[in-house]
Design a protein around this ligand. Structure first.
Ligand code: 3PG
Length: 309
C-alpha cells in the first residue's frame, strides 16, 4: 500500500510550494493529504491517524499528536527551528524528526534588513533618520540565517562581528566576520544586534536587561529567532531605562510585554504576524526539500537532517 504524507500547516505554504511538494511526492507514488489553516487541534489529531510522514511548519507536535499517529515514522519540520516538536517523545515512539536547514534563511535575513531600514528611517515618517553603513553589526549565532545576514550586511557596508559557541574563531573569520569571544563582548560592541540562536533549555530567557543595557548609545536589537530567548521583563526594563534603545521583531512577545513595549512608540516594532520565512521562495525551498527528504528516508533508508537520532 502506498504511503500517506500529510502536509499539516496551520500557517499554509504558498500554493506553488504546496503544488511542487505534492508533485514530487506523488511522482514517487505517495498519497498526499493537506490540512492547513486548522484552528482546532482535533482536526490535526484526526488527520494524522493515517499518515506515514508529516510535513509541518511551527505546528505543535506533542505526545498527543504522536500517539494519535499510529503509522507515523517521520516528521519533517519544513524550516529550521524544531522547538515546536517533542523530539524525545518522537524518538521513544520510533519517529524520526528532520528539519530543512538553510531553506528559508535568505528570507529571514532580508526581513532583518527590511525592519532595520524601516526603523532607522523613523518608520518612513519623512524626518531625518540614520544609515546602516559603517555601523557595527553583531550576529549572535552564525548559522544559516546568521550567514545570510552577514552577506547582506556587507552590501550595506556594515562592520560585522559574530559570536557562535559552535564555531571556531577561524571558521567565523572564514565566513567573513570578526570573531567575538563572549556574548557580553558582542552586545557591548554592537550598534545593531541580530539574534539567531535557537530556543533551547540553555537559551530560553538568556537575553535580558544586562546585555541590552550594555549596548552602545542608539543600539537596536533585531529578533527574528524566537520570542522565548528573550527575558521579557528584562527587555521592558532595559528599554524603559535606556530611552535610546530599540527592539524589532517578527515574533510577538506575550500580550503583557507587547502592551508595555507599545507604550515606547517607534522604539518598538513588531510585524503583525511571524513572517521571517514567509516568502514564496522560502516556502518552496523548504516544502520541496522536505518532500525529497521523505523520499530519501523511505526509499533509500537515508536520514538527512534527522535531529533526534
Ligand atoms: C524556522 O524555524 O524555520 C522559522 O522560524 C520559520 O517558521 P515558520 O515555518 O513557522 O514560518
Amino acid at each position: 500500500m502506498s504511503k500517506t504524507i500529510l502536509i499539516a500547516t496551520q500557517k499554509p505554504f504558498s500554493a506553488d510550494a504546496k503544488a511542487q511538494a505534492t508533485a514530487i511526492l506523488e511522482e514517487a507514488g505517495y498519497q498526499v493529504r493537506v490540512l492547513e489553516s486548522y484552528e482546532d487541534e482535533a482536526d490535526l489529531l484526526a488527520a494524522v491517524t493515517e499518515a506515514d510522514a508529516l510535513i509541518v511548519r511551527s505546528d505543535e507536535i506533542h505526545t498527543g499528536v504522536l500517539d494519535a499517529a499510529k503509522s507515523l515514522k517521520l516528521v519533517v519540520r519544513a524550516g529550521a527551528g524544531y522547538d515546536s516538536i517533542d523530539t524525545d517523545a518522537a524518538k521513544e515512539r520510533g519517529v524520526a524528526v528532520m528539519n530543512t536547514p538553510g531553506q528559508n534563511a535568505n528570507a529571514v535575513a532580508e526581513l532583518v534588513f527590511g525592519m532595520l531600514v524601516f526603523s532607522a528611517r523613523g518608520q518612513f515618517d519623512g524626518k531625518p533618520g540614520t544609515e546602516l553603513m559603517g555601523k557595527r553589526l553583531g550576529i549572535h549565532a552564525l548559522g544559516n540565517v546568521g550567514k545570510n545576514v552577514l552577506r547582506v550586511a556587507k552590501g550595506f557596508g556594515m562592520e560585522v562581528s559574530a559570536h557562535d559557541p559552535f564555531l571556531s574563531d577561524d571558521q567565523i573569520r572564514a565566513a567573513g566576520a570578526t570573531p567575538v569571544g563572549s556574548v557580553e563582548e558582542l552586545y557591548a560592541g554592537s550598534d545593531v544586534l541580530s539574534l539567531h540562536i535557537p530556543a533551547t533549555d540553555e537559551t530560553k530567557g538568556s537575553i535580558g536587561k544586562a546585555l541590552l543595557t550594555s549596548m552602545p548609545e542608539g543600539a537596536v536589537l533585531v529578533n527574528t529567532a524566537r520570542a522565548e530567548v528573550i527575558d521579557e521583563a528584562g527587555l521592558v526594563e532595559a528599554l524603559k531605562e535606556r530611552t535610546d534603545l530599540r527592539y524589532l521583531t517578527d515574533i510577538a512577545p506575550s500580550d503583557e510585554t507587547d502592551a508595555a513595549l507599545q507604550e515606547l512608540g517607534k522604539r518598538y516594532y513588531r510585524t503583525p504576524k511571524k513572517m521571517g520565512a514567509q516568502t514564496e521562495e522560502a516556502n518552496t525551498n523548504a516544502a520541496t526539500a522536505g518532500a525529497r527528504q521523505i523520499i530519501a528516508f523511505f526509499e533509500k533508508g537515508e536520514r538527512p537532517n534527522v535531529v533526534n537520532d
